[in-house]
Design a protein around this ligand. Sequence first.
Ligand code: APR
Length: 249
Amino acid sequence: MEQLRALASRIRTARTVTVMTGAGVSAASGVPTFRGPEGLWRSFRPEDLATPEAFERDPALVWEWYGWRRAKVASCRPNAAHDVLARWSRDDLKQVRIVTQNVDDLHLRAGTRELIRLHGSLWEVKCFNGCAVGARAWRDDRVPLPHPVPRCPHCGGPARPAVVWFGESLDESDVDRASDAASCELFLTVGTSAVVYPAAGFVRLARSRGAFTAEINLEPTPASSQVSLSILGAAEEVLPAIDQLLASV
Ligand code: APR
């Protein structure tokens, strides 16, 4: 309880807050985490399917996996953690930015205002061949998609999920915005194993720029030893508890 009070007090006084989220924030909504026991589809690990090489080899298989994930997420709802963060992001008295590695868009569905999606979205599609027009992602939230491998409407080539795959670079403007968001008074990381870069480096960056840093996770992570305050607990319980403390003063 002491830790929750300490974090609530930091949030109350900070004018700029950045929250970086990972799969743990969506776990209570029923979205499987990547490195948890449900992260496997059939016998494939995400690292086996979420690559340009896997798509080149077997686009139908990769789309089948994404079709399964899209159907799963479509049946999920934002949970209390998304709701609290969305409310904070709409606070007119401070700047609260959410940087997420999640591709499920549950932060958006909860009504988050300032959202930086580092890894793209399950609900957006782009041309695999990178044709001039199709390189810009477009939204397609049909479940199921009508074709096993959707086509780029501009060049007719295969379309792919507009998410960042292993071995690919993140969108430069998203990295710039996230790096900018690391300049804040309070940097909070929630529900991420904190192993995938560059997201994993933002805690250190924020700290080096003078932010107070904190973490909420079910278990210790590589970030735990770097932050000033590490709270072990579920995002969907800890965030509403902090929100209540904020409301009670
Ligand atoms: N509350 C808080 N934390 C939780 C909860 C919960 N209810 N449930 C799980 N966690 C924590 C786990 O302890 C773990 O540290 O969430 C973390 C989930 O870690 P990962 O599955 O590795 O997900 P994430 O950190 O988002 O992965 C980063 O890696 O595979 C890539 O692109 C993918 O965006 C993903 C990135």
